[in-house]
Structures are given as C-alpha cells and as structure tokens.
Design a protein around this ligand. Sequence first.
Ligand SMILES: [Zn+2]
Length: 213
Amino acid sequence: MPSATTESQMETNTLETRPSREAAEEAVRTLLRWAGDDPNREGLLDTPARVVRAYEEFFAGYAQDPAEILARTFSEVEGYDEMVVMTDIRFESHCEHHMAPIIGKAHIGYLPSKRVVGISKLARLVDIYAKRLQIQEKMTAQIADTLQEVLQPQGVAVVIEASHQCMTTRGVHKPGTNLVTSRMLGAFRTNGETRREFLSIIGRTGTGSLTNT
Ligand SMILES: [Zn+2]
C-alpha cells in the first residue's frame, strides 16, 4: 500500500493535468444529450456550470492532504491514556463505480500513546477521504492507516456504516440497506476487551456483521 505522501503526490500530479472548466462543462452537455434531453433548452442552460461547481464541492478532497490536517497534534496529554472515540461523523461521498452518492457515518476511536489531535480534525479527515471517488472499504482503511501513521497511537478503530445510492436507486434497488466496514489496528485488533469497549461505545456490540478490511 502506498504511503499517504506518495498518494497525495500522485493526486497533485493529476490536478496539474486536469481539463479546463469549459471542457468539463462540455462533458456535462454531452451527458445531457446522452440522457435524451436538449442542453440548449432554457431550463438546462446553466446546468453544466452548476454541475461543475457541485463537482468542485463533491471532490474537494483531492486537493487536500490528510497528513497535513493531522500534523498539528498536542503532545501535552497530561497522562491521558484512555480511549478517544468520536461517533456518528456524517459524510457524503461518491462511489467510484457509478459516481453515485454514498451517505453514511463514521465512528473513530484511538488509544493515544503520546499525541492527540483536536476533535474537529477527525471530522475533517473523514471529509477529505469522503470527498473523493471511493469504495467504502478503501475509505475505511485510509482513515485508519492515516491516523495510525501520523499519531502513532497504541491502536486505531474505524467503523463506517453507509447507504450506497448505486444500490438503492438503481441496479438491485434495495433501499434501507447499509454496508458496514471496519478496520482495527494495534490494541483494537489484538485486545478483545479494547475492541468490545469501542464497539459498545458506538452502539455495536455484535461483531458478526463487520467486514474487517
Ligand atoms: Zn456504485
């Protein structure tokens, strides 16, 4: 697996060769024609520009470096060595197979060793990875691995539950389904008690339904 740095360098290179805004808007006009509509009718005239602006929001994560967000840590933890857990971090992402929305929430826990981060940073970390084309399993692993790499805690746990609109609004049409993925590192992987404490805090006591990535 490439390190966070290598990955963000690759993404920076992609950004340098990105097409112009005009080319992106033209691509939307092509899709509108492909769908069977007329991009020149009044109601659709501004749609390509709006879609491109929406894409800037949906995919803002490519221009952000997750390691940099976490770089400012606090080393004065006054001997605090208990679990830190942030639950129900809502996110919106897009699946890389259909570019359809993935809407869900992430739960993050870690066991500090020397350093902690401000809690808003955990939410921003989720957003950076969510605002890219994703598969849920990869996003779960990226969040956990980045935290492990930057904070070097005794362990990291990430559980994500999300609904995939490529499954609920098309294809097999199964509304109400949630995919649950998890990644447990360090003490959360090796110590059953630590893992159970985390799962009970986030309200998931059974481990049977978890996909460990
Ligand atoms: Zn999909």
